[in-house]
Ligand binder design. Structure first.
Ligand code: ADP
Ligand code: ZN
Ligand code: ZN
Length: 743
């Protein structure tokens, strides 16, 4: 508790500022960091979160108003979490209130009645309720007798389950409770979120030597109760999950909590299932696929300490777990940890910050570390743990690269969905009664141009990223610097005249597989087929239970699934991810290939992977096929250095949007000029350009990309912009520090 006269409050508003309020006499000595309060703001009242006390000097800078009221008597967030949120708001240049409220269920933002957890009433037989009592009741109070019998038969019931017994159940219960014949208790509402019907996970009795060594390092670190970052680099199927689970169990035994971040919890029913099998109701799952009510209940269970393990996607880094002992980031390389729109932050990076504030261990786990994370492990900023072989010494799948150029004969069909080699392998797999996954990266679909003779995509001469085709204007444009050209007649690489736009979709692929393999049971997984909540869960579970033979889909099929029956993985067109308009396209492609390949051969039968591509000799593809992470990393690091991309230099994107196109463009130009002038050559400004998503929700978008030697310099440039550029009314300006997607 602070007895300060003033407090700093993150107010639920997009204003990029922490506000100071005076503590009213009634609340003197009662406020501390993490308290939810209400404050006067302009002419209204808004919710806010107390970040800490403010000095009288801070308060004197302007007229300070008095805080209106305390909404919840207990602080909702721990000091470590409040500190994480403040750090995040500073680093990502967001409004402190926006960041702080990202840690709370949405309803907490709005004024009104406090948002308590829903509760249920549990009824149990009391100790005095014996057969004699029952006999007496049968004669005198039949409804009470019915209730008592029901309770004796079931041991315990929820009040709602007793309602069917009669019209006046409530008064009957009151009578029973008065005599001590039944006991009632209020419990917070726990509903296991989205149960999946999967076979019970096999009990793992003995760790492999590598797993054991990694685990011992983690356990030793948790004992120290100090910040300790690790990178767990383990090949696909090496049993990373088991290592996480045991480390988490250890923290629970120490009385501390845990956070497990996964790229997309809705894509990993198996993981939630395994967690619940291991930790029961200690686990709270936080994800957007859950209804608002369930999500709030899960949040409260964590807040009240009824659950101690939070599992979820990026925002679970803000889970209200007290005294966190370990934070695990599974598949740390995954770009979905980055939120780009509205409130840009990276959940993976904030996991390190949270762990630092908690004095906890943080484990980034993956088979394909991001260049950034691996570099950290190389230069000693984190400890590298390695699992180099699969459990049971299963072999990594054989990856065959199939050169599409040979088979690409049909100029009308353009690209074969399933080439002859993959078709043959699929036929054999189906004959053996095994399962296959066909993966098509659809982002970038039809939006880039490549040469079908040599496989090179048409690239920017300045930025070395693929150019994006703009259908309306019919030209190719660089999304970093704005360079644009018409579709060239000849390939700059091999001089052939075979430049074409890529066009291939999962639907077309599904149709082709159906036509060629009429008996096969096919599930298609992409954003079209999974719009309904829970659909992904269902489909993946179905496939995991072996109720389908072929799973066709986009990125969703590459993530973390562990299905023993899968012996074939086909990558339909690896080039699609290479032609993404992003300097990380090479890295993404390598990661995707290794990850999707890793779905094959996880059971007794060895796996086979066929990668169809126009560029069989491309580094990303060649090295993924060899499973050579280390070599890929070294080359990629050098390449990035040469081009001045992270981790060598740091990036910030600035986006301006306005309903009037001209206003947005002019203001964006003004910002760019100011930065160029202020930076004095210490910061490269690419753009401004129209954003790839040029218009979103009625707003025109322009952006620029800043490259500098340090984040601190980028922050300085942002302050300059905020201090000196007066945006026209209705303008939004967004800073994205360490951007991933440039959309
Ligand atoms: P990763 O996340 O490294 O790809 P998983 O954690 O999914 O790998 O483990 C792969 C499979 O191996 C899972 O089915 C898991 O149950 C099993 N497994 C993990 N560790 C062991 C072990 N020590 N002994 C036997 N099976 C194991
Ligand atoms: Zn070419
Ligand atoms: Zn460019």
């Amino acid at each position: 508790m602070t007895d300060a006269a003033y407090v700093r409050v993150a107010v639920a508003t997009p204003v990029r500022k922490v506000f100071t309020y005076q503590v009213p006499p009634a609340l003197a000595g009662q406020l501390s960091a993490g308290h939810l309060v209400e404050v006067p703001f302009g002419r209204t009242r808004l919710r806010g979160l107390v970040l800490g006390s403010a000095s009288a000097a801070e308060a004197q800078a302007y007229t300070v108003k008095e805080l209106s009221r305390l909404v919840e008597p207990e602080p909702l967030l721990s000091l470590a979490l409040v500190r994480t949120l403040s750090w995040a708001a500073d680093y990502y240049l967001t409004a402190p209130g926006e960041m702080a409220f990202a840690a709370l269920p949405p309803s907490f933002r709005k004024s009104g009645k406090p948002s308590q957890a829903r509760q249920k009433t549990i009824v149990r037989p009391g100790p005095e309720l014996d057969p004699d009592v029952l006999e007496k009741l049968r004669r005198r109070a039949p409804l009470q007798a019915k209730i008592a019998e029901d309770l004796l038969a079931h041991g315990e019931r929820e009040l709602s389950q007793l309602r069917d017994l009669g019209a006046s159940v409530n008064s009957a219960l009151r009578a029973l409770a008065k005599k001590g014949w039944v006991l009632t208790e209020k419990q917070s509402h726990y509903r296991a979120p989205q149960e999946v019907n999967l076979p019970a996970p096999a009990k793992i009795t003995k760790l492999t030597d590598e797993q054991d060594a990694a685990l011992q390092s983690l356990l030793a670190a948790t004992e120290a109760s100090q910040y300790a970052p690790f990178l767990l680099h383990g090949v696909t199927g090496s049993g990373k999950t088991e290592v996480y689970l045991r480390a988490i169990a250890h923290c629970l035994a120490q009385g501390r909590g845990a956070i497990l971040l996964v790229p997309e919890i809705s894509l990993t029913p198996q993981l939630s299932f395994r967690l619940r099998a291991r930790f029961g109701s200690q686990v709270a799952v936080l994800h957007s696929g859950l209804g608002e009510g369930v999500r709030k209940d899960e949040w409260w269970r964590l807040q009240k300490g009824q659950a101690r393990v939070a599992v979820g996607a990026r925002s679970a880094v803000f889970a209200p777990v007290a005294d966190v002992g370990i934070v695990v980031v599974d598949e740390e390389h995954d770009s979905s940890y980055k939120q780009s729109e509205r409130l840009p932050y990276n959940g993976r990076d904030l996991a390190m910050v949270r762990a630092r504030e908690e004095g906890a261990v943080v484990v980034l786990g993956t088979a394909t570390p991001s260049v950034e994370s691996y570099l950290h492990a190389q230069d000693g900023r984190s400890t590298l743990l390695q699992l180099q072989s699969r459990v049971d010494n299963r072999s990594l799948p054989e990856i065959e690269v199939d050169d599409l150029k040979r088979d690409m004969i049909d100029p009308i069909e353009r690209i074969h969905t399933v080439g002859p080699r993959l078709a043959q392998a699929l036929a054999e797999t189906l004959d053996r009664g095994q399962q296959a996954i066909l993966f098509l990266n659809r982002r970038g679909y039809s939006s880039s141009a490549l040469c079908s003779a040599c496989g090179q995509s048409v690239r920017c001469i300045n930025c070395s990223v693929a150019l994006v085709y703009h259908r309306a204007e019919r030209f190719l444009r660089c999304h970093y610097c704005g360079y644009s050209i018409a579709i060239p007649d000849r390939c700059a690489h091999c001089d052939s005249g075979k430049i074409q736009l890529l066009g291939l979709g999962t639907e077309k692929c599904e149709a082709e597989v159906r036509r060629r393999f009429p008996g096969a049971r096919i599930i298609r997984l992409d954003s079209d087929t999974t719009a309904r909540r829970g659909a992904v869960h269902e489909k993946i579970s179905q496939f995991a239970r072996g109720e389908a033979d072929v799973l066709i889909g986009t990125q969703m099929v590459t993530k973390g699934h562990d299905v023993a029956g899968v012996t074939l993985v086909g990558v339909l067109l690896a080039d699609l991810s290479l032609s993404l308009p992003d300097f990380r396209a090479e890295e993404r492609t390598f990661q995707l290939l290794v990850q999707v390949a890793g779905r094959a051969g996880r059971g007794e039968q060895p796996g086979r992977v066929i990668v169809q591509t126009f560029m069989p000799h491309h580094e990303s593809i060649r090295l993924a096929a060899k499973h050579s992470y280390e070599e890929f990393f070294q080359r990629e690091l050098r390449r990035r250095q040469g081009l001045g991309y992270p981790p060598h230099r740091r990036l910030m994107m600035i986006r301006v949007s306005h309903i009037q196109e001209q206003t947005a463009e002019q203001f964006c130009g003004q910002v760019a000029r100011l930065i160029r002038q202020e930076a004095k050559g210490n910061c490269q400004v690419l753009g401004p350009v129209t954003s790839p998503l040029a218009k979103l929700r009625g707003r025109h978008r322009f952006q620029m990309l800043l490259k500098a030697a340090s984040v601190r310099f980028l922050h300085q440039m942002a302050s300059v912009v905020q201090a000196q550029c007066k945006p026209p009314a209705g303008t939004k300006i967004l800073f994205d520090v360490d951007p991933l997607d440039m959309l």
